[in-house]
Design a protein around this ligand. Structure first.
Ligand code: ADP
Ligand code: ADP
Length: 234
């Protein structure tokens, strides 16, 4: 089942007279439950792709179908509803709220999701348990290591039970030990939770945790490499 289907998609940024073609007629499908990494040098179109996949932006031409829904035909409000329900975002710089605890950070997306306070609290604790941080629930972000902050951010990304997790350079600010921890968590979410996980990374070592590496160059797919067949996954 294709959870993501991109057809002949082009993205053009226009700044006055100057136009930049960030993505050039790309075709790409990702199946439900895949674990994928996106590589490519700076300026190759990775962030543009992630922004479109995450419904933060729209294609200029062509189509993006998310679970069969054509994203281009949706209004901004519909798009943000799709985004909040289906997608969890993880960023290189964690983007936690610094003045509130790990637990409250994880609860935040549920506040907008109209879940009552007790249930929010319980669910946030359970999510922190999933990333092995339940004993840090009351810590503030600045009392946590980088790897721990990123684990809080992953728990927050899971708050509304999204099918898809999009992570832009999730290990970019981490040492190699914490990076491995983070990739182990993504692996677990993919294998056990069944999440479709897509990460951008510059590091081949990190990409090799995933099952498929797609490399971009100048707004086009250069290579699409399968490291493991789905059947080979234990
Ligand atoms: P990457 O994430 O691989 O570094 P990007 O998707 O950020 O690549 O950028 C692809 C191309 O589009 C680059 O040439 C970049 O300068 C350009 N670009 C990205 N965002 C914008 C924007 N908002 N306005 C104009 N050009 C942009
Ligand atoms: P990355 O670190 O993923 O390569 P970039 O540094 O290319 O990302 O881009 C950071 C942000 O700036 C993105 O939101 C991107 O859309 C925007 N951006 C990139 N290039 C340009 C540009 N030429 N003009 C305007 N915005 C840009």
């Amino acid at each position: 089942e294709d959870i993501i289907k991109i057809e002949n998609m082009t993205k053009v940024y226009a700044n006055g007279e100057i136009q930049v073609k960030a993505l050039k007629s790309i075709d790409l499908t990702i199946q439900k439950g895949e674990f994928v990494s996106i590589m490519g040098s700076s300026g190759s179109g990775k962030s543009t792709l992630m922004n479109i996949l995450g419904c933060l932006d729209r294609p200029t031409e062509g189509h993006y179908y998310l679970e069969g829904i054509d994203v281009r035909e949706k209004s901004d409000n519909e798009l943000s509803a799709v985004r909040n329900k289906k997608i969890g975002f993880v960023f290189q710089s964690f983007n936690l709220i610094s003045r509130t605890s790990a637990l409250k950070n994880v609860e935040l997306p549920m506040v907008y999701g109209r879940i009552d306070a007790d249930e929010r609290h319980e669910r946030a604790l359970e999510l922190l348990r999933q990333v092995n941080l339940e004993n840090r629930a009351d810590h503030m972000p600045n009392e946590l290591s980088g790897g721990q902050r990123q684990r809080v951010a992953i728990a927050r990304a899971l708050a509304n039970q999204p099918q898809i997790i999009l992570a832009d350079e999730p290990t970019g600010n981490l040492d190699s030990e914490s990076s491995v921890e983070i990739m182990d968590i993504f692996t677990k979410l993919n294998r056990e939770n069944g999440n479709t996980v897509i990460i951008v990374t510059h590091e081949r070592d990190i990409a090799e945790f995933t099952d498929r590496i797609i490399t971009f160059r100048d707004g086009e797919v250069l290579t699409d490499e399968r490291l493991r067949a789905k059947e080979a996954i234990p």
